[in-house]
Design a protein around this ligand. Structure first.
Ligand SMILES: Nc1ncnc2c1ncn2[C@@H]1O[C@H](COP(=O)(O)OP(=O)(O)OP(=O)(O)O)[C@@H](O)[C@H]1O
Length: 211
């Protein structure tokens, strides 16, 4: 499903992560690693937001050759989302829904699932961290992605929202969507069926048997 070859991301002349060959099959996958290991750098690179060496392919779509089509199929929620402060959640969600060609009814279903209608017409500058997180998670489920990258999806969420995320991941996965998640928390708290666990360490990605 996702294939990285001869991948390297550096900041200046400092290599952060080097991946000669990584094939991620369909499923729900957990990316672990200590602070500063390079998880966010890898997510942003796979999402097409950071330039890097080598190739990243989603099925037959190459992130550089087929940039727009590739980005239509990969969604990403940042660990600490930021948005233009004067925009409302509703405006952000509608804008991304149009860009990602969201199916009819998807926006309304996600707004209801995360219960954001009470504040979605006020500027995001007034939001708490949990309200911002819910907005970014809704954005990450919009459209018809093949792969959704969620960086620390459970951080700052209350119990109800944590359950919503877990249910959405499961139901979206049943429709054929794969997930790559990072979390410092044990994924057992969200009761997610994890297919594989990967560890970022020493600038490399290695398979890890430990959950
Ligand atoms: N824009 C940048 N310019 C230079 N160095 C950066 C930049 N962003 C990140 N780094 C460095 O790259 C390394 C990896 O950072 P990254 O944010 O990818 O780690 P992480 O695994 O996501 O960490 P955490 O678990 O703390 O979120 C760190 O040493 C960090 O200082």
């Amino acid at each position: 499903m996702l294939t990285l070859r001869n991948f390297q991301k550096s900041y200046g002349d400092r290599p952060i992560i080097t991946i000669p060959d990584w094939q991620l099959p369909p499923g729900i996958h957990w990316l672990k690693g200590p602070n500063g290991a390079g998880k966010t750098t890898l997510f942003r690179s796979i999402a097409g937001l950071l330039p890097h060496e080598g190739t990243s392919k989603l099925n037959n779509l190459d992130s550089k050759r087929d940039a727009v089509a590739y980005r239509m199929r990969i969604n990403y929620a940042e660990a600490e989302p930021t948005f233009p402060p004067l925009l409302t959640a509703h405006e952000i969600i509608r804008w991304v829904a149009d860009a990602k060609q969201a199916p009819a009814g998807q926006v309304e279903a996600l707004i209801a699932a995360f219960d954001i209608s009470a504040y979605m017409h006020t500027p995001v500058s007034t939001y708490s961290s949990g309200m911002l997180k819910k907005t970014s998670l809704i954005v990450a489920f919009l459209g018809k992605p093949n792969l959704i990258l969620l960086d620390e999806p459970l951080v700052t969420l209350d119990i109800a929202a944590t359950q919503t995320v877990a249910q959405l991941i499961e139901s979206t996965h049943k429709q054929g969507v794969s997930f790559l998640l990072s979390s410092h928390q044990a994924m057992e708290t969200a009761q997610l069926p994890i297919d594989s666990v990967w560890q970022v360490e020493g600038g490399k990605v290695v398979v890890s048997g430990e959950r």
